[in-house]
Design a protein around this ligand. Structure first.
Ligand code: ZN
Length: 178
């Protein structure tokens, strides 16, 4: 560490080299949580493209797929009975995700075979190995079940990212029908 300090001493307080060094330093310091929140905000923006009069009684949900720090696919729940946000994001990607691809979704992926099939299983089948979730499904029978399906299949799951913001997308929402 001491040698490194000496090496950067000359440019640290000014000049392009110093700035580049600082930029790299900040990137590596950006916490995982900050990364999750940044892309969850993208998923929230997707959710808000929906129109609750068309999705009712189901909630607005948004999803993005991130590869190497870039959003490469997006999807939102558009109409009751239609494909869920996660499926739309997978369809938008239209190919096998790269290793390390992460799917972000504002609401826990569904676990039951409703009219459109379980999204948690579709995510596993697609080969996504990391899922970042905003809020859990408030429906008592479904709460945590989607995450369980994902974890059982070996998917790394991060939950409770921007919970309040994700809940605010669907005020008063107490549970969904698939
Ligand atoms: Zn679903």
């Amino acid at each position: 560490m001491a040698t490194k300090k000496t090496r950067f001493e000359g440019t640290f307080h000014g000049g392009l080299a110093g700035k580049c060094f600082m930029a790299r330093f900040r990137m590596s310091e950006m916490s995982e949580q900050a990364k999750y929140e940044r892309f969850m905000r993208e998923a929230i923006l997707e959710a808000l493209k929906g129109d609750v009069s068309k999705t009712s009684p189901n909630p607005l949900v948004g999803s993005v797929i991130v590869e190497s720090g870039v959003v490469v696919a997006r999807g939102f729940f558009e109409s009751d009975g239609g494909p869920h946000a996660e499926r739309k994001a997978l369809a938008d990607l239209g190919r096998t995700p790269l290793p390390g691809a992460a799917l972000y979704v504002t609401l826990e992926p569904c676990s039951t075979h409703g009219r459109t099939g379980a999204c948690s299983e579709a995510i596993v089948k697609a080969g996504i190995l990391e899922v970042v979730v905003g809020t859990l499904d408030p429906t008592p029978a479904h709460r945590g079940a989607g995450l369980h399906t994902l974890r059982e299949a070996g998917v790394s799951v991060v939950a409770d990212v921007l919970v309040a913001e994700c809940e605010a997308i669907n005020p008063g929402f107490a549970g969904r029908e698939t």
